[in-house]
Design a protein around this ligand. Structure first.
Ligand SMILES: [Fe+2]
Length: 491
C-alpha cells in the first residue's frame, strides 16, 4: 500500500464531539490522501474502467450557532479503476468559503439552521443568500472535469476527476449564472449536454439552462413558478427537460420578516414544467399532480404520447410523528428517509391530453436512486436505491428495483456499517442494462474503517465481490457519480 497523507487542514472541532452529524458515521476528516496499491479482498475487475466520485459534507469548525450536516465543507473522494488497478484520492473542494474559513479558523457564515443575519462575512451565496457556497452536495463529470455543486445554488467547482486537483470555479466562455446553479445537474451521456437549473426568492423564481459538449451555452430560459419554492432535482428525456414546482417553500410571512422557514402547503397541487430541451418559456407544458415533495428522480423517458417519470414520492413530507433517536436529533426530522416516507413512484404526463397519471410502485421506503447512466433519458428497467437507517441520515441497505417485473432485491449491511450513494458502472463492453458493477464507499463504525465495495450489478444480493480498504474511515456524505474511462477520453 502506498499512501500520501496531506494536511491536516485547520479544524476547530473538539476531539470528543458528540454532535450526531459530526460523530459516528458522520465523523469528519481533516486529511487529504493519495493512495495506490491498496489492500484488496477479492479481485478488482479488469473490465472496470473509470472513476467513482463521492462528495461529502465534512464539518471543520463550530457553527456560528447551530450545526446542520448540509453546512459542512465539500470533501471529494475519488476511486479510479484501470486495468485491474485502483487509485484513491481525496481533496477538500477549494471553494472561496473553504479558503476564507481556513484563513479565519472559524465559521464565517450562518448555516441552514441559523438566521442568515448571524453571518460574520459580508457577502454570501445561495437562494436564501448569505450562505457559504460549500460545494458539498453533488458531483457530476462534464467535459472531463468533476463539478462539485451546492444545492442552495452556487458555483460549480471544477476538479480533475482522477487526481482531484483544483481547477477553480467553472465558467462557460466567461459566463455563469449570477444566481448560481443548484445541485443535480444532469449529463446526457448520448449528447454530452449538461442540463441545470437554479431557483431564487424573486420572480420568475427558476431558470433552466443547457451547455453542450463543446461548453457553449445552448439554452437559458425562465421557468416562471407561482412563488418561491425549494426544488431539488430535475429530470430529462431525449427531447424534454422536466422541472418542478412542489408545494414546499419558505414561509412567505417569514420571508417578508427576513427569516427562512420551510413550509409544506398540503392543499396545493404539485406542478411539473415540461420544456423542450432547447425550448423557450412559451413552450412549457404544465402538468398537475398530487401534492408531495420529491428530493430525487431516478429517470424519465418518452413512451408514445407520454413522458414517464420515476422518482420518490414523499408520503409524509412534513415528517409528522418523527421519533428522535435522542434529544440531539431535534430539528433533523427531514434528514430521515423513513420520516418523510419516500417510495418509488411513477408519473405519466400525456402530451396529447394534458393529463397526469401517477402510481406508487412499492411500499418500501428508499431514496437516493441511481441508474446505468447510458439509460439516462431513455427507457430503463433497473433502479438502484438506498435504504435509510431509522432516525439518522445514513444508508444501511441497497435495493435493486426492477420496474418491469415489480420486484426488489435487497442487500443489507450489518449494524454499524453504512454506505454511500451507490453508482452503477457498466463493464467495458457491457451487453445489458445491469451488466456491470455497483460501487460504493462503506463507513464501518465497528471496525473504524472504510472500504470501496464492488458488487456485480446482476447479483446485488450476493454481496460485494471486491473490497478495497481506504487509508482512513471517511465521513458519510450525500451524492456520487460514475464517469467511465470512455467518457473521460471523449471529453
Ligand atoms: Fe440531493
Amino acid at each position: 500500500m502506498k499512501i500520501q497523507k496531506h494536511g491536516p487542514v485547520e479544524s476547530g472541532l473538539p476531539p470528543d464531539d458528540t454532535h450526531p452529524y459530526r460523530s459516528g458515521p458522520w465523523r469528519p476528516q481533516v486529511h487529504e490522501y493519495d493512495a495506490w496499491d491498496l489492500e484488496v479482498e477479492g479481485h478488482i475487475p479488469e473490465d472496470l474502467a473509470g472513476v467513482y466520485l463521492r462528495n461529502t459534507e465534512n464539518a471543520l469548525f463550530e457553527p456560528v450557532q447551530r450545526y446542520h450536516p448540509f453546512d459542512g465543507d465539500g470533501l471529494m473522494h475519488a476511486m479510479s479503476f484501470d486495468n485491474g488497478q485502483a487509485r484513491y484520492a481525496s481533496r477538500f473542494v477549494k471553494t472561496d468559503g473553504f479558503r476564507a474559513e481556513q484563513q479565519a479558523c472559524e465559521s464565517l457564515w450562518a448555516g441552514i439552521a441559523e438566521n442568515p443575519g448571524l453571518a460574520k462575512a459580508e457577502t454570501g451565496s445561495g437562494a436564501r443568500t448569505m450562505m457559504k457556497d460549500n460545494g458539498s452536495t453533488d458531483v457530476v463529470v462534464h467535459r472531463g472535469s468533476a463539478l462539485a455543486s451546492f444545492y442552495q445554488c452556487g458555483k460549480l467547482w471544477a476538479m480533475d476527476p482522477i487526481t482531484l486537483e483544483d481547477q477553480g470555479p467553472l465558467a462557460w466562455n466567461g459566463w455563469f449564472p449570477s444566481d448560481g446553479v443548484s445541485a443535480h445537474q444532469k449529463v446526457d451521456a448520448h449528447t454530452g449536454d449538461l442540463l441545470f437549473f437554479n431557483y431564487t426568492t424573486t420572480a420568475p423564481y427558476m431558470h433552466y439552462g443547457v451547455v453542450d459538449r463543446d461548453g457553449t451555452l445552448a439554452n437559458w430560459t425562465e421557468i416562471p413558478l407561482a412563488g418561491s419554492r425549494l426544488p431539488h432535482d430535475m429530470a430529462f428525456t431525449e427531447n424534454w427537460s422536466i422541472l418542478n414546482e412542489f408545494p414546499l417553500g419558505w414561509d412567505p410571512q417569514g420571508l417578508a420578516d427576513g427569516y427562512y422557514k420551510n413550509r409544506f402547503f398540503n392543499d396545493t397541487p404539485t406542478r411539473f414544467a415540461l420544456i423542450p430541451r432547447h425550448g423557450s418559456t412559451d413552450q412549457i407544458r404544465w402538468f398537475e399532480a398530487d401534492p408531495t415533495f420529491v428530493l430525487h428522480w431516478a429517470n424519465a423517458y418518452e413512451d408514445g404520447d407520454e413522458v414517464v417519470l420515476d422518482g420518490f414520492f414523499q408520503h409524509n413530507p412534513a415528517c409528522l410523528g418523527y421519533e428522535r433517536p435522542s434529544p440531539d436529533f431535534k430539528g433533523f426530522e427531514s434528514l430521515d428517509i423513513n420520516a418523510f416516507a419516500s417510495r418509488a413512484h411513477r408519473w405519466r404526463f400525456n402530451l396529447a391530453t394534458g393529463q397526469t397519471r401517477e402510481e406508487s410502485l412499492t411500499d418500501t421506503v428508499t431514496e437516493f436512486p441511481m441508474i446505468n447512466g447510458r439509460y439516462g433519458g431513455r427507457r430503463h428497467r433497473y433502479i438502484y436505491e438506498a435504504r435509510g437507517a431509522h432516525g439518522l441520515f445514513a444508508f444501511n441497505g441497497l435495493i435493486k428495483r426492477d420496474v418491469e417485473s415489480g420486484t426488489e432485491e435487497l442487500f443489507e449491511f450489518e449494524p454499524g456499517v453504512f454506505v454511500s450513494e451507490t453508482v452503477m458502472a457498466p463493464r467495458v463492453g457491457s451487453r445489458g442494462e445491469d451488466d456491470g458493477y455497483l460501487i460504493t464507499f462503506s463507513i464501518d463504525v465497528n471496525a473504524d474503517e472504510s472500504q470501496c465495495l464492488i458488487f456485480d450489478a446482476a447479483q446485488l444480493a450476493a454481496g460485494p465481490v471486491t473490497r478495497i480498504r481506504l487509508p482512513e474511515r471517511i465521513c458519510s456524505g450525500t451524492h456520487a457519480t460514475w464517469a467511465s474511462a470512455e467518457d473521460l477520453a471523449n471529453a
